[in-house]
Design a binder for this molecule. Structure first.
Ligand code: GDP
Ligand code: MG
Length: 470
């Protein structure tokens, strides 16, 4: 975001957008402030900050010394604008009188000159300098490209020409798709999905419209969304249940862009894996094989498996990984990305993120508590969701604390024999189950603010079994 204090707002916004695009950061991820100064003011600034008694055309005040591009706000936790989370890169001060003189001298428009100075300052804020000749040339070349992209060239004529807009979006098209994660039990499928999806987006819901499958996780990136789904696996039908399983399995595979097949190289790659893989490729699926747990076996063992897999020409890609140690996961993602065929964003970035769900859970618990307590707790309460995770059996486990201000409020929230808290938890659980479409295991404790006693113990003292809230 660019904050302009003074004239040329529109012009500078366009230059900023162009610079962001050229330098590879999102305009909203960074923040630069720009203002204008008289010759006297800029002289004083020079004197004060650099000990130089001089009127200069532009000054920039860098906030971060070693900015790394691409700019990732998470890398600068102490330099974020609390309002919008953008990285505060610094300030630029332009002396308009000097700019006017220089524009005349060079025979180009003042617009061009102001754009140039601002762009130059922006590159400084990003860590560029021109102490050496080479640096100066690089900066000037970059500046030229940035200004050219919006038509602010040296022959730009403000009375005739208009600046063009820069597409701030990324030029790469958006890609998305469904990926079926398959492989024998314990191969490391869940671990792999956790590693890929990470803390960021732990999907816990089903997508009833399109598939009956469990969504294991949704991976989001600026230009891509991968939805990993679970499938019951292809079984040879032995009985009617088997047939049913078989049907759901093949139906499940409809519409997926690829199959991610996980092989456990500790247990070894065997005939069953081979048969599975071949059955997917024969059915026309693109199959990416992740050879997992390479951290636990010798290089030779991995190599032997890779050699075997390479004999299967129908496989699209084979990538050795360690899901647990987060090794070689990037190349695996790249292989999957190549196979995605949709361009629809199925899920909002934070529709089901862990953070979002934690927040929703705390709001729901709070709402139930306030309604059921009906003004009995005058100072209000807070809810702290301590844990929120999806268990292996698919149940969402949530552990939360209701925090009250005064010790006297605690028994009110607990109710007689724990009846009140049970009620709060039950109502909240029902809502959360409706919302997520999953079974929810919810445990709620009561804690007095600044009371750090073990809540389990407190609950037990009150005759309440924390392991069994219902
Ligand atoms: P799933 O049944 O395929 O979902 O397998 P899990 O993800 O539950 O993993 C089964 C076991 O393998 C767990 O104990 C994991 O910690 C372990 N595991 C998964 N990936 C790796 C890996 O890359 N290296 C090692 N050493 N163990 C792993
Ligand atoms: Mg699993």
């Amino acid at each position: 975001m660019l904050k302009v204090y003074g004239d040329y707002e529109q012009l500078l916004q366009k230059v900023y957008a162009s610079a962001a695009k050229k330098m590879g950061f999102l305009a909203e991820d960074a923040e630069i402030e720009v203002s204008f100064a008289t010759p006297e003011e800029i002289r004083a600034l020079n004197e004060e900050t650099r000990g130089i008694d001089k009127v200069t055309d532009v000054l920039s005040f860098q906030n971060i010394e070693d900015v790394r591009l691409p700019l990732i706000p998470d890398d600068y936790p102490y330099d974020l604008d609390p309002d919008d989370g953008s990285v505060m890169l610094g300030e630029i001060v332009i002396c308009l009188d000097r700019a006017k003189e220089q524009a005349e001298e060079y025979g180009h428009s003042l617009e061009r000159e102001v754009g140039f100075l601002f762009c130059h300052g922006t590159l400084h804020l990003l860590g560029y300098d021109h102490e050496e000749e080479e640096g100066e040339k690089e900066m000037n070349d970059l500046t030229e490209k940035i200004l050219e992209a919006i038509g602010l060239t040296r022959d730009f004529d403000p009375t005739k020409d208009e600046l063009s807009d820069v597409e701030t979006g990324d030029p790469e098209p958006f890609r998305s798709g469904f990926v079926a994660v398959l492989g024998k039990p314990n191969a490391g499928k869940s671990t792999l999905i956790n590693t890929i999806v990470g803390e960021k987006v732990a999907i816990v819901s089903w997508k009833p419209q399109t598939t009956r499958n469990k969504i294991l996780g949704v991976y989001n990136e600026k230009n891509c969304q991968i939805i990993f789904i679970d499938t019951p696996g292809l079984h040879k039908p032995k009985n009617s249940l088997g047939e049913y399983m078989m049907k759901t399995a093949s139906a499940a595979l409809e519409g997926v862009d690829c199959v991610l097949y996980v092989v456990d190289c500790e247990k070894g790659y065997d005939e069953k894996d081979k048969m599975n893989i071949v059955s997917y490729t024969n059915a026309g699926h693109k199959v990416v094989v992740a050879v997992n747990k390479v951290d636990h076996v010798t290089k030779e063992a991995v190599f032997a498996i890779l050699t075997e897999l390479n004999k299967l020409q129908s496989i699209t890609a084979v990538v050795p990984i360690s899901a647990l140690r987060n090794r070689n996961i990037e190349p695996l993602k790249e292989e999957i990305k190549k196979l995605l065929t949709d361009s629809v964003k199925y899920y909002d970035d934070d529709q089901y993120t862990d953070r979002n769900m934690r927040f929703m859970a705390s709001e729901i618990i709070r709402e139930k508590a306030l309604r059921l307590l009906d003004k009995e707790v005058p100072y209000g309460i807070g809810v702290d969701v301590r844990d929120y995770f999806v268990r292996d059996d698919g149940v969402i486990e949530i552990n939360a604390d209701i925090i009250c201000e005064k010790p006297a409020h605690k028994p009110i929230i607990l109710g007689k024999g724990g009846q009140m808290i049970k009620k709060i938890a039950t109502y909240a659980r029902q809502d959360l189950e409706d919302m997520t479409g999953s079974k929810v295991f919810l445990t709620v404790f009561v804690r007095v603010k600044n009371d750090w006693r073990d809540s389990d113990l407190v609950m037990r003292d009150l005759g309440y079994d924390p392991k069994n809230p219902d």
